[in-house]
Design a protein. Sequence first.
Length: 258
Amino acid sequence: MRKVFLLLAVCTLASAANLKLYFKDGSYQLVREYKIVSDRISFYSVEREDWEEVPAALVDLNKTQAEIKQRADDVRADAAAQAAEDKAERDARKEVASVPPEEGVYLIENEKLTPMKVGESKVVTNKRRSVLKAITPVPFVKGKATLELDGPHATQGTLNRSPEFYIRLSQDERFGIVRMGDHKGNRVVEKLTIQPVVNETLQEPDLVEVFRQQVADGLFKIWPQKPLESGEYAVVEYSEEKLNMQVWDFFIAPGTGQ
């Protein structure tokens, strides 16, 4: 008989949970605790609420201890999962608290937030150029137009081809990331088709596929699904019913990595 049977061992589950003491004939006893004493097994029977003894040779200790170990591993795994969940909730609260309460867009880089500047966009037709205000009346000229930002390049940029942003909204609006085109040295945010009689404007932004995650009321995280090529981009907030697009422009520097 192995030396272990000559020693006293007490096996109890945390929180006094019941366990199965398996026998070599395939049966088991539901016990609260058992002890290995020499060549006998002493156990407290849950059914009879008393201590009993059986020869150790009848007990399948390997199976019994394997189940105890599995239950202990499950308890540790559950505790680790709960700890990870608690940490994620704490990190989320800390994350939300770090974002300024003002409406706007914030670039996330190296665990720091950089406020993005709102670009001054203009509606451009072949006859006029007007600054887009909160709600700009569309020029009453049927045909094509563009929403543009002055100049070929944004003043803010990033080396990260998969940039992440927070966007805080004051009301429920659509938002996304657009890749901007070029028109006579300026950046095109979107193309417009104007129908003045029915007072409609068809907006055609070149939207990038993005992931969106809501982290609080009115606060979202947004990032591209695929790394962006170098060029001019903007985070935009808009509605399809009216021409009221807000634009936070940025660039992806050429030759950058992930």
